[in-house]
Structures are given as structure tokens and as C-alpha cells.
Design a protein. Structure first.
Length: 196
């Protein structure tokens, strides 16, 4: 059976057998969302995760002043998940919304749990994925203190160009930990630098 590339990329793990992968892939349901649709609301318990095939999503929290602060951007072939909520079964502190129209694949928590106990290689894949994500989040938190705002913006441009293309300035600025004005200045400086 021919499966979607996004699923293959997300479950790229050397020890899966073809039969195991087929069972995992079959457990996903195709989903489509519109720009502005909410995937998860603060205070709700996450009951599924998604593999994004097309489009752009973001997660955000509301700070103590009620301002939205972007915590993550999800781009194509990434797993869209609120790990604490889904696995600890606790209300989410984050919101996840679609920045553009999106298509992807959904796996509900109960199905995942059944497969997790049934397929040992899925457990191993999960451990490998979690350790990779821990590394990514640790890197990001260190970079917020050790890199300049310009360097952080350039890294985002390099790693997730679609974010810079499609996400509003305000959302990108909050993700980078700068004001809208500072980000506008950084972009202007880079444009004038590259035009010289």
C-alpha cells in the first residue's frame, strides 16, 4: 500500500517492520482544517496528535498580561502535539491554531495507547522522538539567552522559511522574544545589508 510521505518521514525509525508501519499508518485519519481553526484550547485535555502534511500551525500561551506568546511553529512533516497534556492527561496550558489552511493525519490517544502496548518498536520510536524533542527545546531555550535577536531570526529563516513567509510579524516577534518594532528593524537592516 502506498502511504503518504509525511507519515513515512514522521515514523522514520530503522527498526519498524513493514507490517508494524502499515498498522501504525492505518491508525491515522485524514483531516483538513481552515485558517484560524483551533486544534487545542487552553484548559482542555489533548486527545490526539497530528502529523502535518500541508500548512502551518502554531502553539501559544497567554502571558500574565493576557498577551499571546508563540511557543512553537509547526510546519510540514512535523508532529503537532501538546506532550504534557496528552500523555499526563492534564489540561493544556497552550493553544494550537492553524495559521493557514492545513491538511494532515490524526491519531487519537486511545488508539496510540493500544498500539504503544502492542508494538514494542513504537515505544522505541516514541523514546527516540521524545529525546530528540527534548534536545530541540533545550537548544531553543539556550539560544534565547546566548544568541542575538538577529541571529535567532536568521536561524528561523533557515530552519522554517514558511514561518517567515506566512506567519504574522507579531507572532514571529513573540516567538523570538522581541517586540514587533525590533523585528521590523532587524528585517529592514537585513534587507539593506543584502542589497549592498
Amino acid at each position: 500500500m502506498d502511504y503518504n510521505e509525511s507519515l513515512k518521514i514522521s515514523y522514520d525509525f530503522p527498526f519498524f517492520t513493514d507490517e508494524e508501519l502499515e498498522e501504525v499508518f492505518k491508525a491515522h485519519e485524514k483531516v483538513r482544517f481552515h485558517k484560524g481553526d483551533s486544534i487545542l484550547d487552553e484548559g482542555k485535555i489533548a486527545n490526539e496528535y497530528y502529523i502535518l502534511e500541508k500548512g502551518l500551525m502554531r502553539s501559544f500561551v497567554n502571558d500574565f498580561n493576557g498577551n499571546e506568546v508563540t511557543t512553537h511553529f509547526f510546519t510540514e512533516n512535523e508532529i503537532v502535539i501538546e506532550v504534557s497534556s496528552i500523555f499526563q492527561r492534564i489540561p493544556s496550558q497552550e493553544n494550537i491554531v492553524c495559521i493557514s489552511d492545513c491538511e494532515g493525519w490524526k491519531m487519537d490517544f486511545e488508539t496510540f495507547e493500544d498500539l504503544f502496548h502492542k508494538i514494542p518498536n513504537l515505544r522505541e520510536w516514541g523514546r527516540a522522538w521524545m529525546s530528540q524533542q527534548l534536545f530541540v527545546y533545550k537548544q531553543r531555550s539556550v539560544e534565547m539567552f546566548t544568541l542575538s535577536a538577529t541571529r535567532r531570526y536568521l536561524n528561523l529563516l533557515e530552519q522554517k522559511p514558511k514561518v517567515v513567509q506566512f506567519a504574522p510579524l507579531k507572532q514571529i516577534a513573540s516567538y523570538l522574544g522581541v517586540t514587533d518594532t525590533s523585528l521590523s528593524r532587524i528585517r529592514k537592516e537585513l534587507v539593506s545589508h543584502y542589497n549592498k
